[in-house]
Design a protein around this ligand. Structure first.
Ligand code: NCD
Length: 337
């Protein structure tokens, strides 16, 4: 795959070299994301940021990433505010909006919808999440975070041991992350979920075919005992037929400081794509972990900006010109990062 002009729709597009390229561009984005330098490399470019499902992090971090590269953002949120509510097809919407933008990010509740939209778009489209199918930019920022976190303890992606907890059936972040881990054949994965919410069999099969060791379980404590990363997820209640059905599973695998102290190794890193469900009947990742230095959830969200800047830089083919169009910031920025 040549990044320039490409859609980013699925992890299936990537080989290991692509991922390494994204990560090295993300590393170079540090001074811009940390407000030490500003760049205008995308001066005049427009991002169409189209979110048809709720989003905080993905929407705002894609928008901020584009702004940080000097571009402008036009945004639509929800179906009600667009002509899709009047019956317009994805094809027509894509034809129209790709005339107004240089690149589009889209999130949509239907699996495959972003690829359908991309097929009609005249500009690159980045998948911000299509139903329970995929969330490739999240998997990339998760893997970038994992790489940095394990490196801090002398580890590498090649010897990674990771446990994923929660709704593995509908969680698109874990679907994409498992596909991405297939590029690292010695990884060991513990998949911890209620029986009804197991990882789709074809993804488990894909991991085993790639050489990964995969164990499926519904027992939290033994599964988190010997891993480098615990990756917790939310019950995806919007994919269930009712809230009551989602309530059956909510709060089933709770990680808090006492569970962590009793069962995890001292360096185990805690991750979550967020939002964590902090309601009393959920608390999959308890607030009492907030001061745990191994809680990496806000390092993940910060890394999301770097990785999304890298994706824009590569797709719009300016990754090597960022510095040329840069200068130091004028304002006071110390202490923020
Ligand atoms: C995730 C999503 O939307 O798939 N959130 C995110 O983008 N960070 C996870 C979730 O909603 O549970």
């Amino acid at each position: 795959m040549d990044f320039a002009g490409s859609h980013i729709l699925s992890i299936a597009q990537f080989e290991r070299g692509h991922v390494e390229r994204i990560f090295s561009v993300a590393d170079a984005m540090g001074p811009y994301a940390q407000r030490k330098r500003v760049t205008k490399v995308l001066d005049g470019a427009i991002l169409g940021n189209m979110f048809f499902e709720p989003s905080t992090r993905t929407r705002v971090s894609f928008g901020s990433a584009f702004n940080l590269l000097g571009g402008e953002v036009r945004e639509t949120t929800g179906f009600e505010s667009t002509a899709i509510a009047k019956g317009e097809s994805l094809y027509d919407t894509a034809r129209v909006l790709s005339g107004y933008s240089d690149v589009i990010v889209m999130r949509h509740p239907a699996e495959g919808s972003v690829a359908e939209f991309a097929a009609a778009s005249r500009v690159p489209v980045l998948n911000g999440g299509d139903g329970s199918n995929e969330h490739p930019s999240q998997a990339l920022l998760d893997l970038y975070t994992i790489k940095n976190e394990v490196a801090a303890h002398g580890g590498t992606l090649d010897t990674l041991r990771i446990a994923m907890l929660g709704d593995l059936r509908y969680g698109r972040t874990v679907h994409s992350l498992c596909k991405l881990l297939c590029l690292f054949s010695r990884v060991e994965v513990q998949l911890v979920s209620p029986l009804e919410l197991r990882m789709p069999a074809e993804i488990v099969e894909q991991m085993r075919t790639a050489g990964l060791k995969v164990v499926e379980s519904d027992q939290l404590e033994e599964s988190i005992a010997r891993v480098d990363i615990v990756y917790s997820t939310r019950i995806q209640e919007e994919r269930f037929s009712s809230r009551e059905e989602a309530d059956l599973y909510r709060g089933r695998f709770r990680l808090n400081q006492s569970v962590y102290t009793a069962h995890c190794q001292p360096n185990t890193v805690i991750m979550h794509p967020l939002p964590r469900d902090s309601r009393d009947n959920a608390r999959e990742l308890d607030d009492d972990l907030n001061d745990n230095p191994n809680l990496a959830i806000f390092r993940q969200t910060d890394n999301g900006v770097l990785v999304r800047m890298a994706l824009f830089g590569l797709v719009l083919d300016v990754a090597d010109q960022v510095e040329k169009h840069s200068r130091e910031v004028n304002w006071y920025t110390a202490g923020r990062f």
